[in-house]
Design a binder for this molecule. Structure first.
Ligand SMILES: *Cc1c(COP(=O)(O)O)cnc(C)c1O
Length: 384
């Protein structure tokens, strides 16, 4: 097959430019490699990029979610509503702070929390909501914050995938309560590993700084105190310099992702995949940042399962794919806490059939055409 002559196409690959590599070398030579001036600059530029509220960096998007909950005062005895379709970190941090995760099913179209189901899940113990912006598509923020206001709930937005996404023309992070970003290598903007919290005021920013590093406060040259149980979650200056290099290119990154997503829709306009009823993302070119392009396989109409589909994509066509994500409530840790199949049918169906196709800034529209042709061919050979 001619496809085998083409280079392997992974489902994601970060784009680090020469200026960033040079900048990292400069940081390494500078004598200050952990949290320092690069971090301060990264926090300032992130704040400018997403609307001006205070920003504090962390060493992962998991740390930001956990500390975001702590800053919101969430702990033992509290219930936190979230989506079963996310990276498992979203639910794990709720357990980590001693609270109880309460899942609400997804809207099968947006694949995000179904906001219409939230009110039914609220109890006197509900203290917060963690909405997840899957693939960088925000939920209806007006509706979300209307619910939060009505029931006096805190919101920690899991915007791990949503840097650069917007709502009502404003960048995610500008409005709302506490907002959490991840800069993991696969995200739209990376610092290799890392994350950031957008906070409401300087008081929360100071709390974030303390939780980030052992709860330490300093006054003058030799005055040190520790007045809260913090951890070790600071971002290195090497990582911050990578983040700064990415932020300088974010507008181009976003535009390229949008163009590639459009090419995907074109590629699935006709062909065996659409004839079989393949599920496509919401065609939202207004708000989303196209962090991923996920299809839902029409498994009932295929003679091949998802693992077989992925293997074929890999072996026959040289194309990498991923699964984002299996439903969290079906993992052993969560089943042991009483969750079971059948509780969240839309999430379960999505989790079992979703497939993430390659989407990264160094891809071309010809690469997209190669992917959609492969998906269509497999659907043609295995359709029933
Ligand atoms: C990446 C991600 C996280 C966690 O971020 P890390 O930086 O990997 O710790 C949390 N939630 C979602 C939805 C993510 O995509």
């Amino acid at each position: 097959m001619t496809q085998q002559a083409l280079p392997f196409l992974p489902f994601v690959r970060p784009e680090i430019d020469e200026d960033t590599i040079q900048g990292v070398a400069d940081v390494l030579r500078s004598g200050w490699i952990t949290t320092g001036p690069q971090n301060t600059a990264f926090e300032k530029q992130l704040s400018e990029f997403c609307g001006g509220r205070p920003v504090r960096t962390f060493n992962s998007g998991t740390a930001t979610l956990e500390i975001g909950l702590r800053i919101a005062g969430i702990g033992s005895g509290d219930e936190v509503i979230t989506s079963p379709i996310s990276w498992v970190a979203t639910a794990n941090v709720i357990l980590e702070v001693g609270a109880t995760p309460v899942f609400v099913d997804i809207d099968p179209l947006t694949r995000n929390l179904d906001l219409n189901l939230i009110e039914k899940a609220i109890t006197p113990r509900t203290k917060a909501i963690i909405p997840v912006y899957l693939a960088g598509l925000p939920v209806d923020m007006d509706r979300l914050y209307e619910i939060a206001r009505t029931y006096k709930l805190r919101v920690v937005e899991d915007a791990a995938q949503a840097i650069g996404a917007t709502w009502g023309g404003e960048r995610i992070g500008k409005l709302g309560d506490i907002v959490s970003f991840s800069f993991h290598a696969n995200k739209n903007l990376t610092s290799i590993e890392g994350g950031a919290l957008v906070l409401n005021d300087e008081q929360e920013a100071e709390l974030a700084r303390k939780y980030r590093l052992q709860g330490i406060t300093r006054t003058g040259y030799d005055g040190m105190d520790c007045d809260l149980l913090g951890g070790k979650y600071n971002l290195t200056d090497v990582a911050a310099r990578v983040g700064l290099g990415q932020l300088a290119q974010i507008e181009r990154f976003l535009a390229q992702r949008k163009a590639l997503a459009r090419a995907y829709f074109d590629g699935f306009e006709n062909g065996a995949a659409s004839a079989l009823g393949i599920g496509l993302p919401v065609r939202d070119f207004e708000n989303g940042n196209w962090h991923m392009f996920q299809i839902a396989l029409p498994l009932a109409r295929l003679t091949i399962d998802r693992a077989g589909f992925m293997q074929k994509m890999h072996d026959t066509y040289g194309i990498g794919t991923g699964v984002h994500y299996p439903a969290i409530h079906l993992f052993t840790l969560y089943r042991a806490r009483g969750f079971a199949p059948g509780m969240f049918p839309h999430a379960e169906r999505y989790g079992a059939s979703t497939l993430t196709l390659p989407l990264f800034t160094q891809m071309t529209e010809a690469d997209v055409a190669r992917v959609t042709a492969a998906v269509n061919e497999i659907c043609e050979h295995h359709g029933k």
